[in-house]
Structures are given as structure tokens and as C-alpha cells.
Ligand binder design. Structure first.
Ligand code: ITT
Length: 208
């Protein structure tokens, strides 16, 4: 096996995701780098209609670019988002683009809370969804999906995590996902579970 075949490039520009991904993937013992660290800057149009399609669009685009440069790497991508049942599963695949990509999460979170004004606990159900896609050097591709169920809170709580974490309340834990430590969040989160499943695929594919 070529040494570079054991390098993983993660096709994400989101530093919050990347921090979690590094922790969750650490025990694989493979080199893992972000697109930026791999020196790849590519504008990827996420025009799929599902988390699966968008995750594969990102992984395939970067895999193509790596190949075009004559390199080798396993390319992974994460497409994820928040589905709020009362809002017909919005923002869903548009979670990053909701109210504009550059709008702060203080504003986005306040907006979601205000759209749920007067909605009782039992109708505030929501979930984070994560799909991890992988493209291996021989062209084989896979995806794995996982979710974490919770509810939309009444105010922002907690400083950890990123994005919508401060308004994502976990009834079994009595706190928001932004109040969990990164270890706790990774153990139960959509991203933690989808990546654990993908780690199995990677071990299998790479004979680790
Ligand atoms: P890349 O495409 O470069 O990976 P992105 O932020 O644009 O970065 P997505 O299109 O997958 O990624 O959008 C995911 C959005 O869903 C993310 O920006 C957050 O708003 C939200 N999200 C996903 N996972 C989350 C988590 O664990 N905690 C909080 N918010 C999360």
C-alpha cells in the first residue's frame, strides 16, 4: 500500500466539525488533515437534496482534486444539520445556510426559538443528523448516517460545541449539547456515532 493511501483528508471548512472529527478519529492512528492543511481550496456547490447526496458531493469533489494533482488519500466528508419537527424539519440540509451563511448563530438560534414561541415541550422535538461519506483510493465509496434526538430549548445555554448546540436540549442529560464536554458530546452525538460506523468501514477497507 502506498504511504499516502493511509492519509485521510476531511473535506470540511468548518473548524467546529474538524475539532470533533480529530478527537473521534484519533484512535485510528492515521494521519488526518483538513482540506486547508492539504492545501486544497475548492468552492463546492452543495446542490444535493439529501445529507447523503451533499456528503458524497463534497467527498467526491475533493477526491477528484487529489487525483488531478496526482496524489493519493482517503477522502471523507460530513454533511449534517438540525431537523426541527415543528418547522417541518427545517433547517435540515440548509442548516449552515439558514438566514445566510454569514449570519451569527446568536441570531439563527434566537430566530428558531422565536418561531417556536408558545410551543409546548412535547412538540419541540428535533434531531441532529450526520452523514459521513468516504471515497477510497480505488474509487469505492460509502456513507454512514446517525442521529441524536433532543428538543429545542427556550434560551441558549452552554459555551461548548458550535452552531445550534446551545439551543439543542437533551432531556436525558438535563442540559444542552453545548453544556456537554467534548468527550461527552462525541460519545453520544450524531457525528460521533456516524464516524464510529465509518471507522469500521475504514478498518475493513484498509485492513487495519
Ligand atoms: P462543510 O460543508 O465545509 O463541512 P458546513 O458548516 O457548511 O461545513 P454543512 O453543510 O454540513 O457544513 O452544515 C452543517 C450545519 O449544521 C453546521 O454549520 C451547523 O449549523 C449545523 N450542525 C451540524 N452539526 C452540528 C453540531 O454537532 N452542533 C451544532 N450544530 C451543528
Amino acid at each position: 500500500m502506498n504511504k499516502d493511501d493511509t492519509r485521510i483528508i476531511f473535506a470540511t471548512g468548518n473548524s467546529g466539525k474538524m475539532r470533533e472529527i480529530r478527537m473521534i478519529m484519533a484512535d485510528l492512528g492515521l494521519e488526518i488533515c483538513s482540506m486547508k492543511e492539504a492545501g486544497i481550496e475548492l468552492e463546492i456547490v452543495e446542490n444535493g437534496t439529501s445529507f447523503e447526496e451533499n456528503a458524497m458531493i463534497k467527498a467526491a469533489a475533493i477526491a477528484r482534486e487529489v487525483k488531478r494533482r496526482g496524489g493519493h488519500a482517503v477522502v471523507l466528508a460530513d454533511d449534517s444539520g438540525l431537523e426541527v419537527d415543528y418547522l417541518n424539519k427545517e433547517p435540515g440540509i440548509y442548516s449552515a445556510r439558514y438566514m445566510g451563511e454569514d449570519t451569527s448563530y446568536t441570531v439563527k438560534n434566537a430566530n428558531i426559538i422565536s418561531r417556536l414561541a408558545g410551543v409546548p415541550d412535547e412538540k419541540r422535538t428535533a434531531r441532529f443528523v450526520c452523514v459521513i461519506a468516504a471515497v477510497f483510493t480505488d474509487g469505492a465509496s460509502y456513507s454512514r448516517r446517525a442521529v441524536i434526538e433532543g428538543r429545542i430549548g427556550y434560551e441558549e445555554k452552554g459555551e461548548n460545541g458550535f452552531g445550534y448546540d446551545p439551543i439543542f436540549y437533551l432531556p436525558e442529560y438535563g442540559c444542552s449539547s453545548a453544556e456537554l464536554s467534548s468527550e461527552e458530546k462525541n460519545r453520544i452525538s450524531h457525528r460521533g456515532k456516524a464516524l464510529e460506523a465509518m471507522k469500521e468501514v475504514i478498518r475493513e477497507e484498509m485492513g487495519l
